[in-house]
Design a protein around this ligand. Structure first.
Ligand code: IVH
Length: 672
């Protein structure tokens, strides 16, 4: 039987009231009623909904908790890539970024917005008709995981925004918000302490904790661990909606999101620098961790002009604060073997708390660094921890209170894992284990292959890979595709469901494009970007495997050293066999070949000013498709400067050096 209309109205009114109080409490931090009064309203709503279950909607405030534990997360594509940021570490680098902004836009009067760089994880929220329909993690930037149920439990995320409110804020009914999900330091400490007491593993820092929490299969756990969400991007159809970033922030605030109040619109780099210095002193007073400041070009038009490099926009930059440091004793040094066979010295330390994280290990990089530091076992050392880098030993403390250690750190003679004699090539700093079958190398190779940016086999982490390699179930990456459910079930801590999930992930990885497979092979010096260029150039694994050093150097960004490394890889029969087996397993060996013309081969272009007919990216693409190359600054090697309106210093430089200056028309002629 349908519920009477008046009940429906009553429920909706009650929801509106609760939403208003949630906003006052969780977003504005300014409650009007007591917790008990709030609970009473919630109780009323719950009992009405219990009486009329057909009226329960996903955006009801009662739906923030609960849901049965799920078996896994569904993968979702992002409307546009979720990017990361390039970093700067000092004023000089920041000013160099500003110069680049001036150069590329041809303007010197650029407004910036300064924001805190929140140390959480980025998250995308999709709203349809004003209602939250999906929450997606960043994932690899193109594909994330649907964590909607978990996201719903975050109180500062509105589940539903009234139409009038959106209208007033100038936001359309269908939109996407991106921002930072984070764990306040106090919750982090409290939960970690409880876990320690209960003998559970603790989280290293609030960021890892946030990531672990939002991916809880049981959303009830997420609900208990009070997290917060600060938005900073508003999109519609994958594109920035407002013409200024500062407008985005005020509109999001007006719509009821918790915009971080500590941001500022400024008109010069001097003001940016003041903001950075001011917050360096105040960062410890915040209830959550920040690791720097983000500076963004305010005007969307200029943002579009500046575009992107690889995975980061040119219109924004992060300024990272100096690492936090602590002093502790160096107890021992062990040598760790990586996937390329490289041995890295790891300092084993007396545990020390640095900025809320317990540090037990730190890197010493290599033998040269050990000599430079003059460090001995037993020394007191200063250890530094940055936001996302591994802690490192920065210096030896040498004063009256800290007696010096005595024992020298010996260079390694044998691989600590397989016992093979290590080698150090003339002129290289690193020691390497050259045993192709060294189990440490194998584990590293498998981990790289399965990692997120490569074949994205979720669940195939350290613990699993160690077991798989130790038991001989996986002797190379192709063996992954031979694993059966009973193989997996024979491992420790592996249930039926997890085994099934991992098999599903392995199967799904077969659909990933050719460039990922190339990257996954772990060829020395072939990173993500190079793998992409190789895939585009050759269009198939077979063609790549047959290519010679000459041909390889025709590929964008491939020089003689990389070319030789690729040829060497494919010259080893075991590697060829491995690649063949990956093909048999059904991995993508064909890709889309990107035909590049040769008309402009060897010609270098620089773009400046605002073009009338094409966007910068379009012009760049036209030039590259014709075989030309686009670089950032004008030099004697530049063949053409393509200048649009308001061209700045680059045009002057071109004239000074006598470089040909062309317009869009000439570019069209050249590329056709
Ligand atoms: S803007 C295209 N703003 O930092 C712009 N990011 O190191 C991309 N982050 O992945 C992000 N605070 O998770 C932006 N105020 C802020 C931020 C912020 C923290 C994170 C974000 C991003 C990472 C890059």
């Amino acid at each position: 039987m349908p519920a009477p209309k008046d009940v429906e109205k009553k429920i909706e009114a009650l929801r509106e009231k609760i939403r208003r109080h949630e906003h006052l409490y969780y977003v504005l931090d300014d409650p009007e009623i007591s917790d008990a009064e709030f609970d009473k309203l919630m109780q009323q709503l719950k009992s009405l909904e219990a009486e009329h279950p057909s009226l329960v909607t996903p955006d009801s405030p009662t739906q923030r908790v609960g849901g049965k534990p799920r078996e896994g997360f569904v993968k979702v594509s992002h409307s546009s890539p979720m990017l990361s940021l390039d970093n700067t570490y000092n004023e000089e680098e920041l000013r160099a970024w500003e110069r680049r902004v001036h150069e590329l836009t041809g303007r010197s009067d650029v407004d910036y917005v300064c924001e805190l760089k929140l140390d959480g994880m980025s998250l995308a929220l999709i709203y349809e008709d004003g209602k939250l329909v999906r929450g997606v993690t960043r994932g690899d930037g193109s594909i994330g995981e649907d964590v909607t149920l978990n996201v719903r439990t975050v109180r500062s995320i509105p589940l539903s925004i009234p139409k009038e409110r959106l209208k007033k804020a100038g936001i359309p009914a269908d939109f996407e918000v991106r921002g930072e999900l984070l764990m306040p330091t106090a919750s982090f400490k409290k939960i970690n302490e409880e876990r320690e007491k209960n003998g559970l593993p603790t989280f290293a820092n609030p960021r890892n904790f946030t990531a672990g929490t939002v991916r809880q299969l049981d959303a009830n756990v997420t609900a208990e661990r009070r997290m917060d969400f600060f938005p900073y991007i508003l999109l519609q159809g994958g594109r920035t909606y407002f013409d200024r970033h500062s407008k985005t922030l005020s509109a999001l605030d007006a719509a009821g999101f918790k915009v971080n109040p500590n941001h500022k619109l400024v008109h010069s780099m001097d003001e940016v620098w003041r903001f950075i210095q001011e917050w360096e002193g105040k960062r410890d007073s915040l209830p959550y961790e920040i690791d720097g400041i983000v500076v963004k070009v305010d005007r969307t038009g200029l943002q579009d002009e500046l575009g992107f490099t690889g995975k980061a926009p040119r219109w924004a930059i992060a300024y990272k604060y100096a690492a936090r440091a602590g002093i502790t004793k160096l107890e021992n040094v062990r040598w760790q073997v990586g996937r390329t066979g490289k041995l890295t010295p790891v300092a084993e330390l007396s545990p020390v708390s640095i900025g809320g994280t317990t540090v037990r290990n730190a890197t010493l990089h290599n033998m040269d660094e050990i000599e430079r530091l003059g460090v001995k076992i037993g020394d007191w050392v200063q250890v530094e921890r940055g936001g996302d880098v591994i802690p490192k030993v920065a210096k030896v403390i040498d004063d009256k209170e800290h007696p010096r250690g005595k024992a020298d750190i010996e260079a390694p003679v044998k691989c600590p894992v397989c016992g093979t004699k290590v080698v150090r090539t003339e002129g290289e700093v690193d020691f390497r284990c050259v045993n192709a079958n060294c189990p440490a190398k194998l584990a590293g190779t498998i981990l790289h292959f399965a990692s997120r940016g490569v074949m994205n086999i979720d669940g195939m982490g350290d613990a699993l890979v160690t077991q798989l390699t130790e038991r001989g179930l996986v002797k190379n990456v192709a063996d992954i595709y031979k694993l059966t459910k009973s193989d997996l079930l024979s491992l420790e801590r592996m249930g039926d469901k997890s085994a099934q999930n991992i098999l599903g992930e392995i199967e799904a990885s077969k659909k990933l494009p050719l460039e990922r497979v190339i990257y996954g092979l772990g060829i020395r010096m072939v990173g993500e970007r190079t793998a992409q260029f190789l895939a585009e150039h050759f269009g198939s694994m077979e063609a790549l495997a047959e290519a010679g050093v000459e041909e390889l150097q025709n590929v964008n960004e491939v020089g003689p050293r990389i070319a030789e490394s690729i040829v060497e890889f494919f010259s080893i029969p075991a590697n060829r066999k491995l690649v063949e087996r990956l093909g048999e397993a059904g991995l993508a060996f064909k890709g889309k070949k990107k035909e590049r013309g040769t008309k402009l081969a060897g010609k270098t272009f620089v773009l400046t000013g605002t073009l009338a007919k094409y966007s910068r990216d379009e012009a760049k693409k036209m030039i590259e498709d014709a075989g030309g190359k686009v670089t950032g600054s004008v030099s004697k090697k530049t063949d053409y400067v393509l200048a649009g309106a308001d061209a700045g210093s680059k045009l002057d430089k071109a004239k000074e050096l006598g470089v040909a200056v062309i317009g869009e028309k000439e570019m069209e002629d050249l590329t056709r």
